[in-house]
Design a protein around this ligand. Structure first.
Ligand code: ZN
Length: 160
């Protein structure tokens, strides 16, 4: 027997936590149990796309866990155009600096030029718990740094 299991996209759209909610100010916990991660990251991607975002940290959907997702393919000229999900990620090296404009799904209607390192080396785990170290630059590097701030309880407006 085949059961109709097709779920509509809206079932996996989560609410974005907005500025003022204390969860955005708490440092998240590292992931130790990876079993729910495929489902959780899928919901985060769906929510991010629904909100026209290019990056999302788990505490922005109410989960105080070390997960971030991003996809910059909607930005013209961006070559690193594929979805990424990073678990338990940490920046281990930075180089250069660059001013780029940032906005945030949790802080609507504010955009600001923020100075950050241009290039980073990120250590992270994938959904299968494998460890990686990769170099990122450009918009992807910027989004990672913005989302990693979220996971530390920090917002981009703290730099203003
Ligand atoms: Zn943000």
């Amino acid at each position: 027997m085949k059961i109709q299991t097709q779920t509509t996209k809206s079932n996996s759209i989560l609410s974005i936590v907005k500025y003022g909610d204390p969860i955005l100010r708490r440092k998240v916990e590292d992931i130790t149990d990876f079993t729910s991660l495929p489902n959780m990251t899928e919901q985060m991607f769906n929510t991010m796309y629904e909100e026209s975002g290019i990056g999302l940290a788990a505490n922005q959907v109410g989960w105080s866990l070390n997960i971030l997702v991003l996809d910059t393919s909607s930005i013209e000229g961006e070559e690193n155009n594929k979805p990424y999900s990073f678990i338990n990620s940490k920046i281990i090296k930075t180089e250069g600096e660059i001013v780029l404009e940032e906005g945030c799904l949790s802080v609507p209607d504010i955009r600001a030029d923020i100075n950050r390192p241009e290039t980073i080396i990120l250590r992270y785990q994938d959904l299968d718990q494998n460890f990686h170290e990769n170099i990122f630059t450009g918009i992807v590097s910027r989004v990672i740094q913005h989302e990693l701030d979220h996971l530390q309880g920090k917002l981009f407006i703290d730099y203003l």
